[in-house]
Design a binder for this molecule. Structure first.
Ligand SMILES: *Cc1c(COP(=O)(O)O)cnc(C)c1O
Length: 422
């Protein structure tokens, strides 16, 4: 099946945009740690006729008729998600990670309740209570931080003190710009001490957990995990909410997602989630997840050897946060633009206690999930790190930049994006 044949015939404008993006993805290196390449099977499921169907409700309890196949699809997705993460209950209907978090708050909180989450400038996500999000009109957010940005250790004593002072209903772990593993036992014990639910947002590391490359928070007693399905997990864009064992919580989550927050589920996306979960259950996925970490370590070693400060001193997961302004005198925004020119896509990022503003911060954030999907191993990853630092040192040398661009394009040709992983 050629996915674009009909669009090409019918709608040249949209076809050209898709073809352009396909070329961009093919010829450049994707280092944004929240992005990945999905299999053709995932794309076929997402492009399927399941988009035609209204399926409000849950399998066996729908508001419309004609559901034998949608029930099948959603049950497969739920069963696979439960198996992957060791959960008793899974909700696969949230349209995105942000919705998953909003539904989780609605399931577990009353208006005015308090959430203790990671400070946003220390790695937390917008949906963990950034003042620009509407959720902060309804719930109160208090913070914990790293004790020392150069080691990355969370200040658990301060976290406990804030928990005892503010009595949160949720102790929330999880991050989108933090390169280390958390002390899950401490999170769960602090939550228990103050009678809070323990929740972790695993959006970034879901694939690493599913692939058993990092610890599974459920083994440490977390009540709930929220996630995206499109980052390290390598599925379609979407959300996921997992409940470890408490049936009452599982039911509250389902009610919060529908009818609380959303209307009809995106059944074509749920089918694509099911296919991606099937891929993640395959033994190959564990090799993939382990390689993501090895590749990040290989990049870390080059950055360290060349004297670039990394927040937390390095990485234990798939991402690195580098202080390019402090180490190389080039701002995050400038670095992002310069690397874009040579065919490397990543994002500028604030670093802990950044002295610069969020639109032009001190850092860059990058990671290895997508290049690992392409088949890069440690040697290629280390070479990418070398090329990045060469480019950042050559901002006025057009010839050198062109040479790096050509080298990156050749590397992409040698490692084409695969269609299948099983
Ligand atoms: C990416 C991310 C989200 C949001 O996911 P969307 O699908 O973009 O809504 C939520 N939490 C964390 C920690 C994330 O990294």
């Amino acid at each position: 099946m050629n996915l674009y044949e009909s669009i090409k015939k019918q709608d040249k404008e949209v076809f050209d945009a898709i073809a352009g993006e396909e070329e961009r993805e093919r010829d450049g290196l994707e280092l944004i740690p929240s992005e990945n390449y999905v299999s053709k099977a995932v794309r076929e499921a997402q492009g399927s006729i399941l988009t035609n169907k209204y399926s409000e409700g849950y399998p066996g309890k729908r508001y419309y008729g004609g559901q034998p196949f949608t029930d099948m699809v959603e049950n497969i997705a739920i069963d696979r998600a439960k198996k992957l993460f060791g959960a008793k209950f899974a909700n696969v209907q949230t349209h995105a990670g942000a919705n998953a978090n909003i539904a989780m708050y609605m399931a577990l909180l009353e208006p005015g309740d308090t959430v203790l989450g990671m400070d946003l400038s220390h790695g937390g996500h917008l949906t963990h209570g950034h003042p620009v999000t509407y959720i902060t009109k309804f719930f109160n957010f208090v913070r914990y931080k790293m004790k020392d940005p150069d080691t990355g250790e969370i200040d658990y004593d301060e976290m406990r003190r804030v928990a005892q002072e503010h009595k949160p209903k949720i102790v929330l772990a999880g991050f989108s710009a933090y390169p280390r593993e958390l002390d899950y036992e401490k999170f769960v014990s602090i939550a228990k001490e103050v009678g809070a639910y323990s929740v972790i947002d695993i959006a970034h590391i879901a694939g690493l957990i599913a692939g058993k490359a990092v610890k599974n928070p459920f083994d440490y007693g977390f009540d709930v995990m929220t996630s995206t399905t499109h980052k390290t997990l390598r599925g379609p864009r979407g959300g996921l909410i997992l409940t470890r064992e408490n049936e009452e919580i599982g039911k509250k989550v389902d009610k919060a997602v529908f009818p609380g927050l959303q209307g009809g589920p995106l059944m074509h996306v749920i089918a694509a989630k099911a296919v991606a979960f099937g891929e993640a259950l395959h033994p190959n996925f564990q090799t993939y997840a382990a390689q993501i970490l090895k590749n990040a370590k290989a990049m870390e070693e080059i950055f360290r050897a060349r004297g670039v400060r990394m927040i937390t001193g390095g990485t234990s997961n798939h991402l690195i946060l580098a202080d390019v302004y402090g180490s190389l005198g080039i701002s995050g925004k400038e670095a992002e633009q310069l690397l874009d020119e040579v065919g490397i896509t990543l994002n500028k990022n604030s670093i802990a206690d950044d002295t610069r503003g969020p639109m032009d911060p001190s850092g860059i954030r990058f990671g290895t999930p997508a290049i690992t999907t392409r088949g890069f191993k440690e040697a290629e990853s280390a070479h990418v790190a070398e090329l990045m630092l060469d480019a950042l040192a050559s901002r006025d040398d057009k010839n050198k930049l062109q040479q790096i661009r050509a080298e990156i394009k050749a590397g992409c040709e040698k490692f084409p994006i695969p269609d299948s992983f099983v």
